[in-house]
Design a protein around this ligand. Sequence first.
Ligand code: NDP
Length: 320
Amino acid sequence: MSDTLEHVKCLIIGSGPAGYTAAIYASRANMFPVLYQGTQPGGQLTTTNDVENYPGYPDGITGPEMMIEFQNQAERFGADIRHGWVTKVDFSGPVHKVWINDEKEILCDTVIIATGASAKYLGLPSEQKYLKLGGGVSACAVCDGFFYRNQEVVIVGAGDSACEEAHYLSKLCKKVTMLVRRDVFRASKIMEARVRNTPNIEILHNTNTLEVLGDGQVVTGVRIKNNISGEESEVPATGFFVAIGHKPNTDIFKDFLDLDETGYIKNIPGTAKTGVEGVFVSGDAADHVYRQAVTAAGTGCMAALDAERYLAAKESTVEA
Ligand code: NDP
């Protein structure tokens, strides 16, 4: 077989908890999985400082360390972990085709998608600076809220996620200031009512973020502007949470799989199966609700088990 064409039993796309868990299960089931890591090996968790809610790590662990442990565990059972970016797929025929870096073509008996989702950020230089420093910018209240106990935080957004996260933070923090860019919420009425009825959440409508303020190491506040009056002010805060939506990393699959209106891959409920035989999905690429490392790992396991059963059924049909 040429250097640019390869045939694999199980190709896993993505290297977060879903992808690595799928790789652990698939390699233990003798499926000889090949996993492509993408451009951010370890996925979203590599932008999280301390993970304290993943069972089995009673003292917590940093996101990057945890992902190295996942990778080591998958490699221990023989998973072939590779650098590379999947640029194109073709799921139209009996054998699925996947291209790496627009060069190498792989023929796959099964494909497990674990490409995750990316949190959207405002894109302000000050926000990106403190995000990279791990100094108080986060897109996940459930992951990082605990570090701001009894402190004052700001959250941007007015969708269901922002409401859910603001409410979660309100139980930990002294005060939560919610910055809403319009005079109305996008969230469902019930979620909006919940934040409005929470005494330590202050909602500032028609408000944009101008700058995340800090001392060079950690966040100390947020400079804001009322987009009606033009008035600028500062809100003291040690944490700056962004909850303006996520984008699932599913663009390359859209011609072959059913996606919902926001781009999440539709799976057959209760399984990791997609509408295409032999293609399975796990983790945040199909989950806009839970989005946790532990749920991603769980669905990675489901995808590998579904793939194994699919291959076994196919092989027994061939033998019969
Ligand atoms: P949404 O797209 O629903 O909401 C995004 C929010 O962020 C909007 O209020 C939007 O403002 C605001 N926003 C976007 N860009 C900016 C910006 N640059 N500056 C300031 N604000 C900005 O995303 P969600 O993540 O909240 O929800 C995604 C989907 O998941 C929805 O369908 C939601 O219902 C669902 N979901 C359901 C949950 C549940 O049922 N428990 C929990 C969480 C999410 P604007 O309105 O002005 O555009």
